[in-house]
Write a protein that binds this ligand. Structure first.
Ligand code: F6R
Length: 242
């Protein structure tokens, strides 16, 4: 696991965006797996800017969403569906046929997860995965204690995730479960970037980089990945010893 520390969130975001745009420039049909949330927002804004200035065509790439809030309709602005359309799919003109999103309203979660797993397999796995991190170390909705061998599944959200997650919604919503790509798929991504900024993430970044590797802190899976990088700003890095 590389640790790349930047003075500012903006520099971190520029680095992540550059890596993403460079990949698509080299491999126009790249397969991406992307998180939503506050952390990657600026990265995605910069991806759109760079794609325009560098004339990089995203229309061939394929994208699978990292996760989704179960039961939240796609037109709710707090959904991962709405976020990815607003920040990436619409501005980059990524065709609906190349997008794989969890159907949050499905009546058959097992079949929905199987559909996403098949999509990933049929696309020969993920070239680049961009994830954030919860204050409890979750990646996607892989909460502490989850088996590292899992593929996509419907997860019970940790209490802290239910509480913090309300920040994405204009009015309070019941969020108890979430669909997520599994840690086996995270581990199998050919490149894995974890982005974190701000002092609230400092303690979990310390545990991720320097604590015991294991299921209680899912983000420690990055340390077993052959091509992962932790992209952090100086505030998130402030408790690291090294
Ligand atoms: C969202 C996701 C979550 C977030 C994490 C951090 O798609 O996968 O795991 O990355 O909860 O959220 P922010 O970036 O809002 O601090």
């Amino acid at each position: 696991m590389q640790i790349l520390t930047f003075d500012t969130y903006e520099q971190l975001s520029t680095h992540a965006a550059t890596e993403l745009v460079d990949l698509v420039a080299q491999k126009p049909n790249a397969v991406l797996c992307l998180a939503t949330g506050d952390t990657p927002r600026l990265t995605y804004n910069k991806v759109v800017e760079m794609a325009q200035t560098r004339q990089v065509d995203f229309s061939q790439c394929a994208v699978v969403a990292l996760d989704e809030w179960a039961g939240i309709p796609p037109d709710n602005n707090g959904s991962c569906h709405a976020f990815l359309h607003e920040y990436l799919f619409n501005p980059l003109k990524i065709n609906a046929s190349q997008i794989c999103l969890f159907d949050a309203l499905t009546t058959d979660p097992a079949a929905e997860c199987a559909r996403v797993n098949t999509w990933v397999t049929d696309h020969d796995g993920i070239d680049l995965m961009v994830v954030g991190i919860g204050v409890n170390g979750h990646i996607g909705f892989n909460e502490p204690g989850i088996a590292w061998g899992n593929d996509a599944h419907l997860a019970d959200l940790a209490p802290i995730t239910r509480t913090v997650g309300q920040k994405y919604f204009a009015t309070e919503v019941p969020i108890e479960k979430g669909f997520t790509v599994g840690l086996r798929q995270v581990a199998a991504a050919r490149r894995l970037l974890l982005l974190a900024n701000g002092p609230k993430k400092a303690e979990i970044i310390r545990l991720t980089a320097e604590g015991e590797i294991g299921a209680e802190v899912p983000s420690t899976i990055l340390r077993q990945h052959p091509n992962s990088a932790l992209l952090i700003d100086s505030a998130a890095a402030s408790l690291l010893n090294a």
